[in-house]
Design a protein around this ligand. Structure first.
Ligand SMILES: O=P(O)(O)OC[C@H]1O[C@H](OP(=O)(O)OP(=O)(O)O)[C@H](O)[C@@H]1O
Ligand SMILES: NC(=O)CC[C@H](N)C(=O)O
Ligand SMILES: [Mg+2]
Length: 506
């Protein structure tokens, strides 16, 4: 889950894009980039690092123009190299740049097609470069010198026919404007907003999460429908069209569990309220299955679990206390690239307050347990502080299957709950008792915010992939390529690069 943003303004957009990216930083900490357009020229700054480190004053001054797009990256394909930082650019046709959140599941096949049939060269291992080139190729089909919004929507429709997986994207077409589109299952979020200016006219902003609109003073117009594309021309005219033949709305449920900020609204569901309901349902489960519990205190694992833990304590009538203090200068652990870094960061990030643990039966609450990196260490810390019993609750069900739509959980064997029973996980993490949210309860907690949502991508919990194209072979190849062990072995030459290479060798 990267963060994407795009703006058509009436004055320079560089600062607004920068500020927007800082509030989307929780979606990607690896790399950041902004591309702007001014009088026929494009200006780009991108690099590995946090937003505050990538953009210095000299870069900001060069990002000229009233139109631009931006990206914060959390890699799910390719490598953490600056060359794969986004926005990505292709010069033909017209000059197109693109920022992508999600992951394509047929990237390999598309890469072959792009090379063998469309005569396009892909220079990185990023699936986003493939998405950009498919779009560019389809837009070029119009063969026109001047394109219309209909040509742009036709190209998006073709992208939907060719690409599988999760993709929410913003693209900037040189001399035309900013395009936003969402995959036909609406897996990754995307919304757009408007700010009316005092002197007349409006500015428009597209972003992964509504929190970016709020902080920049835009009001939410609406979220993009699955399969829909919205195009905002340079003069500020907004065009929208449904470009998918059979859209099905199945947003990623993990956005509500962990990925999104609580102050965002996604598909008309307030993430904060969904998390409160997750806490409430977890409390109900405890009252049902463990009515004579002996929990003295509920302690959240900062940050994301706080909302659910607070409500859980309220419904159980148990004291809620802050038992871990988070170092505010350390980012999210889960989205760090390697296991060594993740493991080290938990210790650096969370420090216990001893008196909240000593002699008590504590229930630690987290939003989710994925690899188990956090809970194993947290439980150990609680015991070191003298806790009598350490119970652990997860506001999400056991994560047992890989995610293929933009969350870097590529290998089932790295997930602590994969192939393990509840008791086995409890034992492995060292908890005296482990409570997981039921999937039905999680779904209900989100759905209550918008009953029209009938389906979710909950694949990491149930192994059902909404795009219907994820085979066992695909998952095996993904694990092979992207598991922590594979990644630590370093970049390898990929088969498609070799295809071009082989051809030139004769
Ligand atoms: O089982 P694991 O593999 O450790 O993954 C799950 C943990 O990672 C996330 O925290 P993170 O530190 O990324 O972010 P947060 O501060 O938003 O909670 C999540 O909130 C859990 O605490
Ligand atoms: N998390 C994401 O959305 C990743 C986008 C893209 N697949 C990349 O790896 O750069
Ligand atoms: Mg956490």
């Amino acid at each position: 889950m990267c963060g994407i943003i795009g703006m058509v303004g009436q004055g320079p957009v560089n600062q607004a894009l920068y500020d927007g990216l800082t509030v989307l930083q929780h979606r990607g900490q690896d790399a950041a980039g902004i591309m702007t357009y001014d009088q026929g020229r494009l200006y780009l700054r991108k690099n590995n690092g946090l937003v505050r480190d990538v953009f210095r004053q000299e870069h900001m001054l060069q990002l000229r123009g009233n139109v631009g797009i931006g990206h914060v990256r959390y890699p799910t394909a390719g490598y953490s190299s600056p060359a794969e930082a986004q926005p990505l650019y292709v010069n033909s046709p017209y000059g197109i740049s693109l920022a992508h959140n999600g992951n394509l599941t047929n990237a390999e096949a598309l890469k072959r097609e792009l090379f063998l049939e469309d005569r396009r060269h892909i220079n990185t291992e990023s699936d986003s470069e493939i998405l950009l080139n498919v779009f560019a190729h389809e837009l070029a089909r119009s063969g026109k010198l001047r394109i219309s919004e209909e040509d742009i929507f036709e190209a998006v429709a073709a992208v939907h026919r060719r690409c599988n997986g999760g993709y929410a994207a913003v693209a900037m077409i040189n001399g035309y404007g900013v395009l936003a589109f969402r995959d036909p299952s609406g897996i990754r979020p995307l919304c757009f907003g408007e700010q009316r200016l005092e002197g007349g006219g409006s500015e428009y902003l597209v972003a992964s999460e509504s929190v970016a609109l709020d902080t920049l003073g835009f009001s939410l117009v609406r979220e993009l429908e699955p399969g829909e594309a919205v195009f905002i021309s340079l003069d500020g005219t907004v065009y929208a069209r449904q470009c998918a033949e059979h859209p099905v709305h199945a947003p990623c449920i993990f956005e509500y569990v962990y990925l999104a900020r609580p102050d965002s609204i996604i598909d008309s569901v307030a993430v904060y309220k969904a998390r409160l309901r997750m806490g409430e349902r977890l409390a109900q489960q405890i009252l049902r299955t463990w009515p004579d519990h002996d929990i003295d205190v509920i302690i959240p694992v900062p940050d994301t679990s706080r909302t659910a833990a607070l409500e859980m304590a309220h419904h159980l009538g148990v004291t809620y206390r802050e038992g871990f203090i988070k170092n505010r200068y350390i980012g999210r652990t889960f989205i760090m690239p390697g296991q060594t870094q993740r493991r080290k960061s938990v210790r650096q990030k969370l420090n216990p307050i001893g008196l909240e643990f000593k002699g008590k039966n504590v229930l630690l609450v987290d939003d989710s347990i994925v690899r188990g990196t956090t809970c194993e260490q947290i439980i150990e810390m609680a015991r070191d502080q003298g806790a009598r019993k350490v119970y652990f609750a997860s506001a999400a069900p056991p994560v047992r299957y890989p995610n293929v739509y933009g969350i870097d959980m590529p290998a089932a064997h790295e997930l602590i709950a994969h192939g393990r029973t509840l008791e086995e996980v409890a034992q492995k993490i060292g908890a005296d008792r482990l409570i997981y949210q039921e999937l039905d309860d999680l779904v209900a907690a989100v759905q209550e915010g918008n009953p029209t949502l009938r389906q979710f991508d909950a694949s990491c919990f149930n192994g059902e992939y909404v795009t219907g194209d994820v085979s066992a072979d695909y998952l095996a190849a993904l694990a092979d390529r992207r598991s922590d062990t594979a990644k630590s072995a370093g970049p390898e030459r990929q088969p498609m690069t070799d295809l071009a290479h082989q051809l030139h060798q004769g």
